[in-house]
Design a protein around this ligand. Structure first.
Ligand SMILES: C[S@@+](CC[C@H](N)C(=O)[O-])C[C@H]1O[C@@H](n2cnc3c(N)ncnc32)[C@H](O)[C@@H]1O
Length: 230
């Protein structure tokens, strides 16, 4: 509890530095089934040359990138602690780990594929245009930015209220405490995200990840966003 409290009162970067040693045992690390479903859907669009994992954390996304990319694989994150774990856990040892804020990445037309998992809650809606512009700049013309997005839970689901409660608690915390810890579950709606991607210069397509099934209304529980740099 003490550890969690200290993390919750830190900045995002410092919070992840503190969480890094145990991160892979938390539910915040993207489960392999999401990584494998993403890799499966992208396999038909590849192979790719150079791949980038945006907000790579301890390196989960490399499980998806490695089989898809014939060239280099790179993870970028601003937490030195998370990157240290990623480097230590990289079995092949040939990935590049870059410490940078993804709102100001040091890459220009360097990758054919960019992926991101479990990190968009750390960006306010107003930051999305900058974030997407940075990813676009990192991609070569025609490059692909891909990430899975889950369907929002219905108000009848306990998850709806859990996410709403979490977001409300963090808004109160951020109104009262500096530095802010930006992490919201309900600030990444697909319609607005798609519009921001298109405005940033991507052609956007969605594909269902059928592994995760369908909701009662027939819509997919999880989709892969495929944003191609135009
Ligand atoms: C929930 S973790 C996800 C890590 C990994 N992608 C995964 O799925 O397991 C979110 C990661 O985003 C990183 N992050 C958040 N905001 C960032 C920013 N502005 N620039 C770089 N990294 C950021 C954090 O340091 C953290 O490692």
């Amino acid at each position: 509890m003490r550890e969690l409290a200290v993390q919750a009162l830190s900045s995002v970067e410092r919070g992840y530095d503190l969480l890094a040693p145990t991160f892979d045992r938390t539910p915040f690390r993207t489960p392999d089934r999401f990584l494998d479903a993403t890799a499966g859907a992208l396999a038909a669009l590849g192979p790719f040359e150079d791949g980038l994992d945006v907000c790579c954390g301890t390196g989960a996304g490399l499980r998806a990138l490695r089989p898809l990319c014939r060239g280099s694989v790179t993870g970028v994150d601003f937490s030195a602690g998370m990157l240290a774990r990623a480097r230590a856990a990289d079995p092949a040892g040939d990935a590049r780990w870059v410490r940078a804020d993804v709102r100001a990445m040091p890459f220009t037309e360097a990758f054919d594929l960019a992926v991101s998992f479990g990190a968009f809650g750390h960006f306010l809606p107003a930051e999305r245009p900058l974030l997407f512009a940075q990813v676009r700049r990192a991609l070569r013309p025609g490059g692909l930015f891909a990430f899975p997005v889950g369907a929002p839970p219905a108000p009848s689901s306990p998850w709806y209220w859990a996410f709403a409660g979490f977001d409300a608690a963090l808004r109160v915390r951020n109104a009262l405490w500096r530095p802010p810890f930006v992490m919201y579950y309900r600030t990444f709606p697909l319609g607005a995200v798609r519009a921001d991607l298109e405005a940033a210069g991507f052609a956007v397509r969605l594909t269902p990840l059928e592994e995760f099934g369908r909701r009662d209304d027939g819509s997919p529980r999880c989709r892969l966003v495929l944003a191609r740099r135009t």
